[in-house]
Design a protein around this ligand. Structure first.
Ligand code: UDP
Length: 463
């Protein structure tokens, strides 16, 4: 029986590539072949990685920014769509010519055109949702009957909105693209397009980077499509141990020589505060100053990722408390995050609540101090603080700044001996165990993934 062959296409951001690459590896592990397509600047580094299994290959294309891109806008998205569609179409056609037909196209968010390309070649496609099911439902509701209600909630911060299957959401919990002033709200029509192509399918279904026990209501909330939990998509070595060589997202891409793992080894169990805000968000200088003050006053060891942000240079060199900070902690430009989170010295994670960071923290059983910045992060922070209760959310002042006192209060809550801290740590352990349960053989996500692949295989054999 020939293995099913998937073409998986993803947006070239770190937060999109990481779960997609894990998904590809998991498909390969259950017997499929995968061609992973994204922009050139992300592909070569992945292809060099030692942890790329046989059965996974790469097809890169230029999005016009092979050396890097500071920000994406509407023009970039149009360009990506045009170049991406052409590449995908050529790839499908050339494979067909050489007798190797793709069994299915898989595509992640912001790329609804991939489904149309697949359809034009008569190949089935499946949407892979890399944010929580709660956020997927929220987008669906917005375009299907609840648009006015959602818009009025965004403008009226004191009244929560209650949508079927979702927790009550205040304006501050709603994904930022719904804010009419948000500079990225040009992406809303792309989500609408996603639902349009999806609902034209005979049997609409979405594979989601979530799992049944994490979002039981949200996964089942919408009747018009089936949401299939196949997550969490985290490197195997930290989750199910089936592939011990799979220790980081891009394999050995981001191994840093700055010695932070050795430094963590020298710290007591559950003593270190880990701070990182993902691959995109850049905190303002005043915000970093408040954080630095909070860390110095808390006096606990910390590992803080401050990425080098283009023009601004290395901000940490100009922080007012540099010497005091250096005495107790470490600042690095990047780290292998899942490795850090699974180190026994790490006690809590001050995070922007990107969905990958949130899942990684859950899988490692690390409680969170949430500081959401944009897109789905506000909703993810709501889930962390009020639904799973595995962390606390920091409250900014009227200028949007989280002051040092507020940060210290939250650190104390999560790390301290009080009842709330104990409860958060207990819940963090509970979700860690549930996540591992979901992906192990016979777990909900494992079964879901296998039956998806079997179904695709059977359908292709009937053709
Ligand atoms: N990441 C990492 N090292 C860092 C910061 C981030 O490996 O120093 C990884 C992190 O593990 C996660 C991804 O980058 O998988 C960030 O994705 P997320 O969805 O959390 O946030 P985004 O970057 O999309 O805002």
């Amino acid at each position: 029986m020939a293995p099913p062959r998937f073409l998986l296409v993803t947006f070239p951001g770190q937060g999109h590539i990481n779960p997609s690459l894990q998904f590809a590896k998991r498909l390969v592990r259950v017997g499929a072949h995968v061609t992973f397509a994204t922009a050139i600047r992300a592909c070569p580094r992945m292809a060099e990685s030692k942890s790329i299994p046989e059965g996974l290959s790469f097809a890169s294309f230029s999005d016009g920014y092979d050396d890097g891109l500071d920000n994406w806008d509407e023009e970039y998205m149009d360009n990506f769509k045009q170049r991406g569609s052409e590449t995908l179409s050529d790839l499908i056609a050339s494979n067909l010519k050489s007798g190797r037909r793709f069994t299915g196209v898989l595509y992640t968010i912001l790329l609804p055109w991939a489904a149309e390309v697949a359809r034009s070649h008569g190949i089935p496609s499946t949407f892979v949702w890399i944010q929580p099911a709660t956020v997927l439902d929220f987008y669906y509701y917005y375009f299907h009957g609840y648009g006015d209600l959602i818009r009025s909630t965004v403008d009226n911060p004191s009244v929560p909105i209650q949508l079927p299957g979702l927790p009550p959401l205040m304006a501050c919990d709603i994904p930022s693209f719904f804010n009419s002033k948000n500079e990225y709200n040009f992406s809303l029509p792309l989500f609408q397009w996603h639902f349009k192509v999806l609902l034209e399918e005979a049997k609409p279904r979405i594979l989601a980077n979530s799992f049944d026990a994490l979002e039981p209501d949200a996964i089942r909330a919408i009747n018009e499509f089936e949401v299939i939990g196949i997550g969490p998509l985290i490197p195997s070595a930290f989750l199910d141990g089936q592939d011990p060589s799979d220790t980081s997202f891009g394999g050995d891409l981001f191994k840093s020589s700055s010695g932070y793992m050795e430094w963590l080894d020298t710290k007591p169990k559950a003593s270190v505060i880990y701070l990182s805000f993902g691959s995109i968000s850049v905190l303002s200088k005043p915000q970093k100053e408040e954080m630095a003050r909070a860390l110095v006053e808390a006096g606990r060891p910390f590992l803080w990722v401050i990425r080098e942000s283009g023009k601004e240079g290395r901000d940490e060199d100009r922080l007012s408390f540099k010497e005091e900070l250096e005495k107790i902690g470490m600042i690095v430009p990047w780290c292998s995050q899942v490795e850090v989170l699974s180190h026994p010295s790490v006690a809590c994670f001050v995070t922007h609540c990107g969905w990958n960071s949130t899942l990684e923290s859950l899988v490692c059983g690390v409680p969170m101090v949430a500081f959401p910045q944009w897109t789905d992060q506000q909703t993810n922070a709501k889930l962390v603080a009020d639904v799973w209760r595995t962390g606390v959310r920091m409250t900014p002042n009227e200028q949007g700044l989280v002051e040092s006192g507020e940060m210290r209060r939250c650190l104390e809550l999560v790390m301290g001996d009080g009842k709330e801290g104990e409860e958060m740590r207990r819940n963090a352990r509970k979700f860690r165990d549930l996540a591992r349960e979901a992906v192990k053989e016979g777990g909900s996500s494992d079964k879901n993934l296998r039956s998806f692949v079997d179904e695709v295989r059977e359908a292709s054999e009937l053709e």
